[in-house]
Write a protein that binds this ligand. Sequence first.
Ligand code: CO
Length: 134
Amino acid sequence: MLGRLNHVAIAVADAEKAARIYGTAFGAEISGAVALPEHGVITVFATLPNTKIEFIQPLGENSPIQKFVDRNADGGIHHICYEVPDIIAARDQLIAEGARVLGDGTPKIGAHGKPVLFLHPKDFSGALVEIEES
Ligand code: CO
């Protein structure tokens, strides 16, 4: 069920500023900034031939990435996102195998308009994992 690497996310204080060098130095295609209030982030994407880099910036008082950005003033890799064909089937199989799903287990709509869930980093070698329905 594990599909393509959809994106690697880098958390920063200023997503547009962080993405800029990918556009200028690498010549990557950079998206506009999009606010996702339900996730407490602002996102900017750099599109690569085989995946994307998602720059995320805290949005609002209770952003789930605020502490991460406070601890990592220069920014840092925050999560990796894999595609799965059926997010409910993937969730149920992951839970059956002992993996922990963050939140109440109900998928939220992510940056690409598709349902996403996050998985506990302690179950995935210290890396926060996002799954997105492909
Ligand atoms: Co993401």
